[in-house]
Design a protein around this ligand. Structure first.
Ligand code: NDP
Length: 241
């Protein structure tokens, strides 16, 4: 039987592309989302991929949701921590709520999800965890102290966990996308996109969600067992580490 993959925030944007790419590669996929029932329903109708609603910042909800999925599909061997939000503000105007919402979702969400599948991966001596961080976690971004801190934290989490998982054949890697053409980015006025954003990207275009999805498919495959603790940048040359 094919392996089971769980993609958080897997119903739209980059996550939807990841869910579909994994499904097309032969995995049995479950996708989670936070609250956009309409998008999730439409995604399920088009793809047939099962969708599950809970908040990744809620540790107990993660445990309950994961147990339900494992009851239906079997042990989760591949976890893609993709769910993320922004609550942008310059730091002098940033509220504690904006800080905590972003850190709780984008960083603590990784603990909440991974902690519930980790022991099973250890017991079966196989696991693949892919964390979707961001270029802004690598370089920092004005107006995103919360997001940049959380996404940088994702990279530290990835590196530490990779070392813990290695002896049990569990790999943990991170991907740092640059500007990807999702709803969030395409909602930016065309003039701003063309005159301010795209000129910062040496390849001269936004990335496609599928370009991130293909990296995930590679990292979770059996052939990628020697790659762990890595950060893969996919940003069109915008930031070269
Ligand atoms: P979208 O806003 O298009 O989709 C986000 C997904 O995450 C949705 O499915 C959403 O559910 C879900 N989600 C959000 N918060 C939670 C939560 N608390 N619990 C569970 N699910 C949640 O995001 P993108 O596709 O643009 O981004 C995906 C990831 O890639 C994020 O981590 C983002 O930070 C990162 N990234 C994106 C870049 C870009 O250019 N787009 C660049 C670099 C990194 P719902 O539909 O219910 O709201």
């Amino acid at each position: 039987m094919s392996r089971v993959a769980l993609v958080t925030g897997g119903t739209r944007g980059i996550g939807a592309a990841i869910s579909m790419a994994l499904r097309n590669a032969g995995y049995r996929v479950a996708a989670t989302y936070a609250g956009n029932d309409e998008k999730a329903r439409a995604f399920h109708e088009v793809t047939g991929i099962s969708v599950h609603k809970w908040d990744v910042s809620d540790y107990e909800a993660c445990g309950k949701g994961i147990a339900e999925i494992q009851g239906e599909l079997g042990p989760i061997e591949i976890l893609v921590n993709n769910a993320g939000i922004t609550r942008d503000a310059m730091f002098h105007k940033m509220t504690p709520q904006q800080w905590h919402e972003v850190v709780n979702t984008n960083l603590t969400g990784l603990f909440n999800m991974t902690h519930h599948v980790w022991q099973g991966m250890r017991d079966r001596s196989f696991g693949r965890v892919v964390n979707i961080s961001s270029i802004n976690g690598q370089k920092g971004q004005m107006g995103q102290a919360n997001y940049s801190a959380a996404k940088a934290g994702d990279l530290g989490f990835t590196k530490a966990l990779a070392q813990e998982g290695a002896a049990k054949n569990i790999t943990v890697n991170a991907i740092c996308p640059g500007y990807i053409g999702t709803e969030m980015v395409l909602a930016v006025p065309e003039k701003v996109l063309n005159e301010r954003i795209i000129p910062q990207i040496p390849v001269g275009r936004l990335g496609d969600p599928e370009e991130i999805a293909r990296i995930v498919v590679f990292l979770v495959g059996d052939d990628a067992g020697f790659i762990t603790g890595s950060t893969i940048s996919a940003n069109g040359g915008q930031f070269v580490v």
